[in-house]
Design a protein around this ligand. Structure first.
Ligand code: IPM
Ligand code: MG
Length: 356
């Protein structure tokens, strides 16, 4: 099995180093190769996703991705910005299914901005479609407005669109995931306003016929945003489009009080996957050795489970993370009275030790 390691920018290299430490400690038969991505790749090779990096990713069974982005690159034209690396990888590898668990760990309940009783035991899985929608829809661009009250003035436009197969395949992922959980899927749309999401709702309803054992509910995205902070535990699996999924997954992450704890997986039809922490590159704390490596370490667990078919190794990592939390070790983002504050490397070492 081959793993492409893409550390990226900001805290990316620091957290990836800890994840690789954990992976090495498991002594699995894996071949690892590292390549630059994002701003780091732009600085070195003039492009955020160099051909060689893309080739390495294509050729791998799984990609372990840190994070990309830095203020330094905010003024670059869009096609050279670090974010293009992750969007380019998603598109090139066909990573249409993004799984973003939002789990509130028992020891971290107080870290949530919601009352503990609302989030204790929270376990939601957001299934976000990742290669379609307004993110990638053509046409898009700038032009002179062709019609309407502002005809002739400058305008910018994007296109929201979904085809039937794109909706069908992500719906199947959601229903199948629900079967391994509490058997409930909430499909989030904006069918009351958008043609695209009226169609989305119809297709998800059709796919549901194959899963009579799973409950399906439909919810408008604005209501879903509200329900997520009102009664988040009512959700099990949420399935939605690229744009709504981007927004709701950040909201759900915050419910857990610790975006530094949340892994994610992006899978294609062949089970090849890209694994990354749900948080970003956090350039403000880069290089200080205080970033929380647990989201990346838990992403390694997802990688072992979903792309490498090594579930026992995944279990071992997850159990080790539980153990270090139970032992009271905390990076600053999740630190509170009565727990022990540790840095990035110390946290990584502790997980390795807890693997037993
Ligand atoms: C995410 C991020 C990306 C997205 C950005 C960095 C392009 O916000 O993975 O959620 O919008 O998908
Ligand atoms: Mg996002």
């Amino acid at each position: 099995m081959k793993i492409a390691i893409l550390p990226g920018d900001g805290i990316g290299p620091e957290i990836i180093a800890e994840a690789v430490k954990v992976l090495n400690a498991l002594r699995l038969p894996l071949e690892m190769a590292t390549a630059p991505v994002g701003g780091a790749a732009y600085a070195a090779h003039g492009h955020p996703l160099p051909e060689a990096t893309l080739a390495l990713a294509r050729d791998a069974d799984a990609v372990l991705f840190g994070a990309v982005g830095d203020w330094k690159y905010d003024t670059l034209p869009r096609h050279l910005r670090p974010e293009q690396a992750i969007l380019g990888l998603r598109k090139a590898l066909g990573l249409f299914a993004n799984l973003r668990p939002a789990i509130c760990y028992a020891q971290l309940t107080h870290a949530s901005s919601l009352k503990p009783e609302l989030v204790a035991g929270l376990d939601i899985l957001i299934v976000r479609e990742l290669t379609g929608d307004i993110y990638f829809g053509q046409p898009r661009g700038r032009r002179s407005a062709p019609d309407g009250p502002f005809a002739g003035t400058d305008e910018a436009y994007d296109t929201m669109r979904y085809s039937r197969p794109e909706i069908e395949r992500i719906a199947h992922v959601a229903f199948q995931a629900a079967r391994k959980r509490r058997r409930k899927v909430t499909s989030v749309d904006k069918a009351n306003v958008l043609e695209t999401f009226q169609f989305w709702k119809e297709v998800v309803t059709e796919v549901h016929r194959d899963y009579p054992d799973v409950e399906l509910e439909h919810m408008y995205v604005d209501n879903a945003a509200m329900q997520l902070v009102k009664a988040p535990k009512k959700f099990d699996v949420i399935v939605t489009g690229n744009m709504f999924g981007d927004i709701l997954s950040d909201e759900a992450a915050m419910l857990t009080g610790s975006i530094g704890m949340l892994p994610s997986a992006s899978l294609n039809e062949r089970g090849q996957g890209l694994y990354e922490p749900s948080h970003g590159s956090a350039p403000d704390i880069a290089g200080q050795g205080i970033a929380n490596p647990l989201a990346t370490i838990l992403s390694v667990a997802m990688m072992l489970r979903y792309s490498l078919q090594m579930p026992e190794a995944a279990d071992r990592i997850e159990a080790a993370v539980q153990r270090v939390l139970a032992d009271g070790l905390r990076t600053p983002d999740i630190h509170s009275e009565g727990t022990r504050r540790v840095g990035t490397a110390e946290m990584g070492d502790a997980v390795v030790h807890a693997l037993g």
